[in-house]
Each structure stands twice: as structure tokens, then as C-alpha cells.
Unconditional design. Sequence first.
Length: 322
Amino acid sequence: MQQIAVLTSGGDSPGMNAAVRAVVRAGLNMGFAVKGIIRGYQGLLDECFEAMTSRSVSGIINQGGTILKSARCKDFYEDAGVARGAEILKRHKIDGLVVVGGDGSYRGARKLAEQHGIAVVGAPGTIDNDISGTDYTIGFDTAVGVALEAVDRIRDTATSHDRLFIVEVMGRHSGHLALAVGLAGGAEMVVLPETPTDVEGICRALKQMRERGKTSSLIVYAEGDEFGSSIELGKQIEARTHYSVRVSVLGYIQRGGPPTANDRILATRLGAAAVDELAAGRTNVAVGVVNQKVVTVSLEQAAEQRKPLRRDLVELCGVMAT
Ligand code: ADP
Ligand code: F6P
């Protein structure tokens, strides 16, 4: 192995820069030349390669976003696009590729490995924490912290005005982010894609809480919930209870800003581990951390196996909301 490349793909996440820095410096340390591919798979197809040095990644460990930029690339969903990407990697003499991204990015990476024999290792970069084979994804801890700060602030108004607030957080099809924010923010309820959503049941529980003396409440709502709309849920709850309801959609604020210490450390460990995997001749795998230890699973498992929510944490949320 003489030359490796790294790209960031899908939704950006805080800590992607730290991961890129780790790949570059670990790779250089092993004597490899390292290329950065700009704008994910789109940049690969556009042949946007940049030679990386230690200085290319100076001063970025504390920055959110990704200096390599990220993109969603339609052409890569087609086999022809993947084939073109593989041909470009071979022509540029890239012996190994690190893909930092979420499950979609892993699917593209898997095709490069399985259909074209490209050596590829994935590192989990997404705020959603929905990747199997790792307890945490890079960016999740930061996003939880940002959403939590918003929840704490909103709680002040909820309490002062005896209101019910619904705070919508990201997470795509999974409730990992919502559950963590709800548990840490002391939410009265969390509405999650992994559990059924029953408006009547929610209203009954809210009324019972009111009878027990709660005058305000806060619900954390995962954007991917089957109900479909936090705003509509708010309207239906207002119509069925005495609560004055307000809805706050946190949006992209959750995806930006400086990564936490945990995310920086995770990204540094996983970026370096991805290079170790390539150097050892392993491919079609993703790196992660389980019980604080770096582990490797197949890209297939990482991308396709649904990561279950911690049921004990869901139950704990319920117990705390009394
Ligand atoms: P994330 O990686 O954060 O889950 P996406 O699902 O948008 O984000 O995936 C990022 C990119 O990965 C897509 O824009 C596409 O280029 C590529 N990709 C996603 N799914 C596939 C797939 N099934 N086959 C090939 N490429 C894919
Ligand atoms: O995967 C990260 C994420 O922020 C999800 O939580 C969200 O559903 C999605 O990306 C938004 O994607 P886009 O940036 O394309 O709007």
C-alpha cells in the first residue's frame, strides 16, 4: 500500500474534521501518501483530489463541518456511477479509501469493495448514532449537547408560562438522538420512531401528570416518528387537553459547531483505526467503539443492521416522568 484517500459523505457532523486529521496523520506516519477527496462521492466522480500534508489538517480538530466538504451524490446510487468511481480511484493509484459518513455512505463504500475490489474502510460520521457495530457515531455527543442546551432554555419558558413544549430533534429514521436528549433534559415524554405513537395515550398521560401537580411539560419528538409532524401533534394535543402548546423544531443548529472532547477523541481513535485496517489489508469493514474498545464489523452489518434503541433507557425516561 502506497497511497490512501479519505472522503466525508452524507450529512456533515461535528468531529468529521478530527477524523480527517487522524486519517491524514496516521497515514503519513505509516509512510503512505494521502489524498483528500472533496465533496464525497460527487468529488470522486468529478476527480477532485487534493494532496494532504500534516499542515493541511492543522487547526481543524476543534472545527465543526468538514474541510473536505460533504455532498449527496445521485449518480452513486447507480451501478455505473460506482463503476466510474472505482475506475477513477484505480487510475489515481489509490490503494485504500476511508469513507467517513453514515449508513448511506457505507452502502456506496460497500459497492466499491464488493463490485470492484477497492479496499475501503468506513468510519461512522453522523449525528444520528444509527450505525450498527459502534456504541457511538462521530458527532452524536456534540449534537446531544447542543439540543440539550436548547431544551434547557425552552424549559424556562415552559415553566414560566405553564405551557407544553414539543421540541423536534433530528435523527432521520432513528430515535437515538431524541432518546438521549429526552433523558438528559428530563423530558416528560419522548416520541420515537421505534415505539408506537398514540395521541390519546399521550393526552391521558399528560392529564395524569397535571393531576399530580405538573403545570408544564416538555416532549422531545424525533423527526422520523411515524406520526409525521410535530406541529400536527401539537395541534391535536392542544385540542384534547388544557395545555397551551408550542412547537420548536431545532433543525440544523444540531449539526454544527465545535465537537465535544468525546467526539474529538472518538474521531481521532477511529480515523487512525481505519488506516490501521487498510494497512493490515482489511477491506469492506467499518470501525467503531464498543465498550470503549475499537472494533471492526463488516460494512454490510454496519449499514444494514438496524441499531436497536436501548429499551432500558426508554423505560427509565418513563419512570422519571412521574
Ligand atoms: P449518510 O451517509 O449520512 O447516511 P446519505 O444516505 O445521503 O447520507 O448517503 C450519502 C451518499 O452515499 C449518497 O448521496 C449517495 O451518493 C451514497 N449512497 C447512499 N446510498 C447508496 C446506495 N444504496 N448505493 C450507492 N451509493 C449510495
Ligand atoms: O443524517 C444526518 C441528518 O442531519 C439527519 O438527522 C437529517 O434527517 C438529515 O441529515 C438531513 O439531511 P439534509 O442535510 O440533506 O437536509
